[in-house]
Write a protein that binds this ligand. Sequence first.
Ligand code: HEM
Length: 547
Amino acid sequence: MEPLPPITRIFGASFSPAQESLGQGTSDFADRWNIVRNILHEVTPLRSRFGWSVRSTIGIGLLLLLSAIVLLQTVARSDPFRDIPGPFLARWTPLWLAYQARRGRRYLVVDQLHKKHGRFVRISPNHISVADKDALSVVYGQGNGAFHKSQFYDAFVCDKPSIFSTRDRHDHAQKRRLVSQAFSYNSLQQCANFMHTIVCTFVKQLDSICDEGKDVDALLWFNYLAFDVLSDLAFGEAIDMVANASDVVTVEGSDGSMTEQHAISLVDEREHLAAVVGIHPAFKSLSKFIPDPFFIRGRKSSDGLVDLARRSVKKRLASGTHRDDILGKLIFARTQESTTLTSGQVDELIAEAVTLLIAGSDTTSNSMTAIIHLIMTHPRVYSKLLAALEDRIDSETPEYGDVKDIPYLDATIDEGLRYYATTAIGLHRAVPEGGAICCGRYFPESTEMSVPAWTIQHDPAIWGDPEMFRPERWLDSKDIRPYLLTFGKGPRACLGRNLAYMEMRLVLATVLLRYNIELKSDILETTEGFMHKPLSMMVKFSRHPWT
Ligand code: HEM
């Protein structure tokens, strides 16, 4: 074998004429192979001798460590929130908060952090949680300098932003003007009649369950009911879950294919996914590469919900009928300028329909389930409420007019919403241009901030005895109402609040008057997606002897 040329020559050759000759297409394979061989030949003995490489490795390692320390110190010194306490990881990465959200325990962990550290807690590098009632008017206030929804809400966007997910103030004001007509007094009166019809079907179904003497998951039945009410209001057709005793719905894919899906899990999984990936803008795209079933299911559910809404929207458009519900109002507003809708406008309608399904269905059923659980585990409240209902209602299936003005019923609902906290996490907002002062401290523009709803609703400084389930507090004082955060606050507060109260009053009064409810467990297991939700509530319903 020919002696190998010294390595310097090989390098020399590769950067000078020899490189040119290689670059010019000297395709001689043997030449190239020689070069590689020479490199290997020279480098291997150097590596094995270690002399220089150990010293350099240690040197480079120390240099890198030193640079990292200096970099971290510089970053830390310029960090505007360096003095705000919080978990170590949360200071450096949004993954900590995403992990807590993924576990469904974010509201509890944040509450414990506030108990330990006080008013301000850093829960992500750019997110400060403020547990102080005085922060509410700043973070969720109106007018000039109002905070806007943060990028967290981009995770809730389905193709097009909806009234709930849009972050643009102007776009939101326009959408809100339009959608709020569907929640006007007149619209809700129409809805009350329809709600009564669904509740009558609901009662028929529960009567049969009583006759069979079976235990049932009451959460599931409240879910069916809330979906039926909502789908009628939003789409103009009930999905008929109560009548079918099932949440299976037929959905249409973007390719026109029809599949059957469980609507309740679509909402649950989609909402939980958004609450996790919303924590950082990169998470939504990155989650596509994570083979965790949570993300895979969440994405599928998201598509499933869009498909469900698409089917209803297309059906309505094809029918050409006008009905005075939310969808009707949204279609009417768009057909003012042209009779045919563009595909972009149809996508907008679908996005609104998905939002309404998510915002209005399981929020109400989760709340009703938790309130019933609280009532049944507090015999004093139960007896007092039953007496108040019997005093005012003499029908087996009351109408809305019978239940709309029973102070102890309303007080029990409010106390249930406070104690259980359907909205338990702090709703994300972003500090506007120019920064803002909150509770005596300056926060620069774009800082994400939130006021943790659970913590405020369990703050002894506001409620005195927050761990007591005591509806009377709502009759004794009006000053506490601003601290009930269940429906949000300010310009982005819940649009369906009156509808939700209507449904809760009617359903709770009907169920409590008609049935004896035997809870199968005194403990209500819950989890958290975007909202706080019970996992199930097994009960035995039996007819009251006097009905
Ligand atoms: C007990 C039941 C309900 C609870 C606890 C609840 C809670 C909330 C909360 C906390 C927000 C504000 C979210 C945020 O700022 O991020 C909200 C917004 C909204 N809710 Fe509800 N909601 C309930 C029922 C309903 C119902 C029945 C509807 C009717 C379809 C509805 C429609 C909406 C809409 C459209 C928004 C967006 C408002 C906007 O951004 O302008 N909600 N809800």
